[in-house]
Design a protein around this ligand. Sequence first.
Ligand code: SAM
Length: 214
Amino acid sequence: MRLRNIPGARENIQESKFVVSEDVIFDCPGKWKEIFGNDNPVRVEIGMGKGRFIYELAGLNPDINYVGIEKYSSVLLRAIQKMEECELPNLRFIRMDAEDVDRVFAPGEVDRIYLNFSDPWPKDRHAKRRLCSRQFLKRYDSILKSDGIIEFKTDNRDLFDFGVEELDFAGWKADVITYDLHSDEKLMVENVMTEYEERFSSIGNPICKYIIRR
Ligand code: SAM
C-alpha cells in the first residue's frame, strides 16, 4: 500500500507519542517491557498498512501488547489518526523497513508475528523481499520465543504457495494451512479482518492462511 506523499507526514510521525522514534528503535531490544510498562506478551504485525487489523486486535486484547510496523509514513499516519481519536495503551507503531526487525527486538522477545496481505514482489529476483521468504523467516526466528507462532493471510495464491514452500527450507512446521479461510467456521471464530481482506474477500477471492511454528 502506498498513499500519495503527505507533506509533513514524517515529522508528524516522529513527534507522535504512539510511535517509537526512528532515532531509538535500535536501542529497543530487551526494552519492550519498559516501553509498555508491563510484562505482557508482545505481538507484532509486519506491513500493517493503515492499522485496521492491529488496532482492532489491541482493543480486543488489552492484556497483550502490540507493535505495528509499516514502511511508509503516509500510510502509518492513518493508523496514528485512529489512535488520536481513541487511544489504546497496548499499541505502538514503528516506521521502518522490516528487513531490520531483528535489530529492534531481542531474541525471544516476541510472542507472535502477523503477516497480512504482504506485497507479492512477483519477480523471482525479488523473492527475498517477500515477507514470507526464508530470509525473513530467519529474522523472525531470531526474535520469536521458542513456542512463538507466525500467522500469514493473503488472497495471492502464488505468494501463498511460495510461502508454504519456504517453510521446509527454513525448518518451520504448519499447524494450519487453509486455502479458503472464510469457509472454515472454526478458524473464523477469532478471525479479525484486515483492510485488504475485506476488500478482496468482498469480490470473491478466497483467503489463504497459515499458522506456523518451529
Ligand atoms: N496488512 C494490511 C492489510 O492486510 O490490509 C496492508 C496490506 S498492504 C498490501 C502491505 C503493506 O505492507 C503496505 O502498507 C506496505 O507499505 C507494507 N510493507 C511492505 N513491505 C514492507 C517492509 N519490508 N517493511 C515494512 N512494511 C512493509
